[in-house]
Design a protein around this ligand. Structure first.
Ligand SMILES: [Zn+2]
Length: 683
């Protein structure tokens, strides 16, 4: 038995044998699989016969699929049942994968082989999905600088390296600045208004440092309750000031972890990188791999949303102001007052808590209700299987069948929070749908992971409405992965779907959590089976849209700032951050932050992470999902015909075509913002 076979894959159904994976097998198995793949690449390239889909792309793809299947249970288990030896083996492999990624991405021979297929006569005869695989690969090779002359390629490498370093310094500064400030409270009365769990967390934070009292920090879970609930206005001001000046030239740690220069350098290098690759600015470079087609389209889209939302945002702001005046005789709302009075007003208007709703959402009712919803929508049947290998006894396993009872795919469902499981919720692929070299079809398998409250005693787990929404969201991603009809792994399921489009199916499915007809299927009181009463639903809907225009303009301010900053960058002009920010705020914001505010200095999404000139993606995907859902609002939320159309146009196609084309297939037109505004209660 060789090393790669040792990382157990069941020979009959091809699913991982999680329970038999030993940490000491991992590094040797991955090392060997990567070596095999590299050898296969060189051997495949060293022939005289013309390259084709079958003799070249599918052969190499199968080798990568093998590596992926080897790795998927390892990275999954590291996320959900982690332990030291597993993490060590996992982390050791990351370097191997990074090296392999560079080897493939910079391989001239591979690039030329793809080019030769694209230029050959056979290209016209390939399937749409196959053409997309080849075009995407060529695009990615080019974005990696492979087609550049040598001197430019060298500069490309330098820029990439400098950027990686600067971006990592940016986040280190944010982290250090966050850690550098804290405040010890000795009199618990100063924390008046904070929820009990926030007070307890502050007390625990103090104990961990062997201090007496309550320690407030700038970590988000500490900051958020203070700014939202603390009655003490000067405490809110102090914490706000420290938080909003992190890693900048302002505030209590001014100049100590200052990201000002790093921001300017990052922008300059990104611009240079874009020019090297023949784009006119970095926003165009970013859009090369996204659904949005041009910078103008993105800016028009964001501006239109802002224009439509701003009048209501002004009203919402004024209502909070009037409430603050009435409550505490406040004449002017400062930045540190807004969240506080907004939350007070919300409680005042719609007292509704998670705890009131939980008894209506017991686990079995919610899960079987979810399955009933997708049966009505897409004709799917979901059956539980009890014969499978797993990483934890709480995990369940299901198969999905279509109307003809054809098996489409399967998924693992791992719902509860536990120690050594990473927080949050996500969908990941265990196996992707593809046509194997031997002609057989490999069916997709997904991991659906959540962190919900475990059942207590012999009572079923009771979910909050937010948890129900999360489950629907991740299941939407899961359906995108599992209902794929595509046979080429690079564009099968969610593969090859740009990230401004990938949230479409997930956010789309969330909509059913707010519909009375669907709630009748997913809710049933744990004691008497009663479905969610209409008056509770009305309150939920009203609370859902509370201050939605204020939140909308805030997200638009961030999105426009990010996009315009990268789009309008002028190398000869020096620092442009503050001027762009002021320009955007004048147009969009309804609350002008204080002069000292430096939120951009901790905006890691765009200066440290991959959301540069891409922060708009959040709103973009929301518009798509709301717009797509509007067809169901028109024709009935369980209209099976519309369900089939969504299935065929979006879910089954995965990344095999441009998402704008797929969207237009379903809607018969380009996306419009009206439905999102309506769903947010913005008139
Ligand atoms: Zn998502």
């Amino acid at each position: 038995m060789n090393n790669t076979e040792k990382l157990s894959i069941n020979q009959t159904d091809g699913l991982p044998l999680f329970s038999q994976i030993l940490p000491e097998q991992i590094v040797p198995a991955v090392t060997q699989a990567i070596e095999n793949n590299k050898a296969l690449i060189e051997k495949t390239l060293a022939t005289d016969i013309p390259f084709t889909w079958d003799n070249f792309i599918n052969v190499l793809d199968e080798a990568d699929d093998h590596l992926g299947k080897l790795w998927s249970p390892v990275s999954h288990m590291n996320a959900v049942v982690s332990n030291d030896p597993l993490r060590e083996a996992h982390d050791a492999c990351l370097a191997l994968f990074a090296e392999y990624g560079t080897f493939v991405g910079q391989h001239k021979g591979l690039y030329e082989a793809y080019l030769s297929i694209a230029d050959s006569e056979q290209f016209a005869c390939l399937k749409t999905e196959q053409k997309k695989v080849i075009n995407d690969a060529l695009r990615d090779f080019k974005l990696a600088g492979i087609a550049l002359p040598e001197n430019k390629q060298k500069r490309y490498g330098e820029i990439k390296q400098e950027l990686a370093l600067l971006q990592s310094q940016f986040s280190n500064n944010v982290m250090d600045a966050t850690l550098a400030w804290s405040k010890l409270i000795t009199d618990v009365n100063e924390l008046d208004g904070l929820p009990e769990n926030a007070v307890a967390a502050a007390e625990q934070a103090a104990q961990e440092k062997e201090l007496q009292g309550y320690l407030l920090t700038l970590e988000f879970p500490s900051y958020l309750p203070v700014i939202t609930y603390a009655k003490n206005r000067s405490l809110r001001e102090e914490v706000y000031t420290a938080f909003s000046t992190r890693a900048s030239d302002q505030g209590p740690n001014a100049g100590e972890f200052d990201n000002s220069d790093i921001i300017d350098q990052v922008l300059a290098l990104r611009h240079e990188l874009a020019l090297l690759l023949d784009f006119s600015d970095f926003s165009e470079y970013s859009l090369a791999t996204k659904m949005a087609e041009s910078p103008d389209q993105v800016i028009t889209f964001l501006t239109e949303l802002a224009e439509k939302s701003r009048p209501q945002a002004l009203q919402e702001r004024d209502q909070v102001l009037a409430f603050a005046k009435q409550m505490d005789n406040l004449d002017q709302l400062q930045a540190w007052d807004l969240s506080y009075y907004a939350e007070l007003l919300k409680q005042h208007r719609y007292a509704i808590s998670d705890e009131t709703l939980r008894p209506y959402f017991p686990e079995n009712k919610v899960v079987s209700g979810l399955f009933a919803v997708v049966k009505r929508l897409f004709g799917l049947t979901i059956k539980e299987s009890f014969d499978f290998d797993t990483w934890h006894e709480d995990v369940r396993f299901f198969h999905i069948y279509d109307q003809q009872q054809t098996h489409l795919g399967s998924f693992y469902l791992d719902l509860y929070a536990r120690a050594h499981k990473r927080g949050g919720a996500w969908m990941n692929d265990c196996r992707v749908r593809r046509r194997l070299v031997n002609g057989e079809l490999q069916l997709p398998v997904a991991y659906l992971t959540c962190n919900f409250t475990k059942p207590v005693g012999d009572k079923p787990a009771l979910f909050s409405h937010d948890e129900v929404i999360t489950l629907f969201h991740e299941f939407g991603h899961g359906l995108h992965h599992m209902l794929s009809k595509i046979e080429s792994s690079a564009v099968s399921g969610i593969n090859g779907v740009p990230w401004d489009a990938v949230e479409l199916p997930s956010q789309f499915l969330e909509n059913w959590c707010w519909e009375p007809q669907a709630l009748a299927l997913i809710s049933g009181h744990v004691d008497n089976g009663e479905t969610l009463p209409a008056e509770l639903l009305e309150k939920m809907l009203a609370a859902k849209n509370y201050n939605s225009a204020l939140m909308m303009v805030r997200q638009l301010e961030f999105s426009l700032f990010d996009f315009v900053l990268h789009h309008q960058y002028k190398p000869q002009q020096g620092s442009q951050v503050q001027s762009v920010l002021s320009e955007i705020r004048a147009k969009v914001a309804v609350i002008t932050p204080p002069q000292f505010n430096r939120f951009q200095h901790s905006f890691s999404h765009i200066f440290a992470g991959g959301y540069a000139a891409g922060y708009y993606s959040y709103k973009w995907a929301e518009v798509l999902s709301a717009d797509a859902f509007s067809r169901f609002e028109e024709l009935g939320i369980f209209n099976a015909e519309t369900g089939q159309e969504f299935l065929q146009a979006i879910l089954e196609k995965g990344g095999s075509e441009e998402p704008m084309a797929l969207f237009k297939d379903f809607m018969g037109r380009e996306p419009q913002i009206d439905a999102l505004l309506r769903h947010c209660g913005i008139k």
